[in-house]
Design a protein. Structure first.
Length: 67
């Protein structure tokens, strides 16, 4: 099971129900809101949002077998 670590938190990717991405292209910013099983929501800061997206893209590449 892949676990996403950020700050003092650890979230198994299987517990993430939905992702909401907010971005501002001109300011080079993106923010992720995670909806966790059970209805909890987590808003990530910029560094954690980037870390999450890097891990998520890596996960998608592995699942879809894209190099």
């Amino acid at each position: 099971m892949t676990i996403f670590h950020f700050g003092r938190h650890s979230v198994p990717l299987t517990d993430i129900h939905d992702i909401n991405l907010k971005y501002n292209y001109h300011d080079n910013e993106m923010y992720i809101d995670l909806e966790i099983n059970g209805g909890a929501q987590m808003s990530l800061n910029l560094p954690d949002s980037l870390t999450f997206m890097e891990e998520f893209i890596k996960h998608v590449r592995e699942v879809k077998n894209i190099k």
